[in-house]
Design a protein around this ligand. Sequence first.
Ligand code: SAM
Ligand code: SF4
Length: 338
Amino acid sequence: MSELEDELAPPLIDRFGRAITYLRVSVTDRCDFRCTYCMAEDMTFVPRKELLALEEIDRLASAFIARGVRKVRLTGGEPLVRRNILWLIEALSRHLGDGLEELTLTTNGSQLYRFADALADLGIKRINVSLDTLDAAKFRVLTRWGDFDQVMRGIDAADRAGLKIKINTVALRDMNEDELEDLLRWAHGRGFDLTLIETMPLGEIDTDRTDQYLPLSLVHSRLSQHLTLTDIPHRSGGPARYMQVAETGGRLGLITPMTHNFCESCNRVRVTCTGTLYMCLGQDDAADLRAPLRASTSGAPLHAAIDEAMARKPKGHDFIIDRDARPAISRHMSATGG
Ligand code: SAM
Ligand code: SF4
């Protein structure tokens, strides 16, 4: 696609006046873990022939950067299990300081022990690492296939490489609810921010989501019994609300799609590894960008498809968690990348 055509395309503003400045790219739907709240153990993945090539992901993300996207987050599935992922990161890093302000990723940490130094060398400054427990046995139950010590080695390597780490923890009833304060003290003790996330009803899993759901309003009031939590205006360009924890000196984020809707300030869209654009994590409406991307080496069909999709970006999501209801959204978080 010619850079000229990209440059002529106007910034992305949706019909509610929200500027789209944040793109999340799920580079693979595959993963080396099977977290119980995210996937069924016998997940079926997209056939490899339907995947976008890394060069195509680069063209796609570059088109969004030309339209005003300032932050790109690579996610998955597990982004670091996609073969040659460093090639894509290196390719996208050419935009850093030239339109793109931040290139980052969300990982389960399993491959960080081998990639941390390379990520730092390629200009990545911050990463999110998902970690739901500090108990190795529980970690194995929760992730089914994960190795706790390997993740810890990865976190240490990332820290040594100078990457700023934010820990993301999904709050799960019975599973880690008694551990959340320990996780917070551990993360802050190591100089990492911690963000807690409510489970969202995405995709069929092997268990009932109502059994896993723990409202963060309850977690907040429990933490407040031992800790002084003060709301602060800090924003990370995402939906988290932040508070300062006086006792630890660290920052706690809460992502509460279920108990507190964050859609009015939504600045993001998501692309999957097959080139499907989701305008909202919590809605099924999507646009195929793979066909227009492949239709021409000129950017025109792609930009037209992006414009058409943007005009349909909805006002917000309709999540509910209900024992009798099917998942609000049929696709898994690993398809759209959270
Ligand atoms: N594999 C990487 C990881 O785990 O960080 C990136 C992809 S994962 C889908 C991104 C984030 O979504 C993780 O923090 C994970 O805990 C979270 N997640 C997955 N399924 C979820 C669900 N149903 N509700 C809320 N968060 C979920
Ligand atoms: Fe894999 Fe991340 Fe989903 Fe866990 S949450 S199964 S690590 S994609």
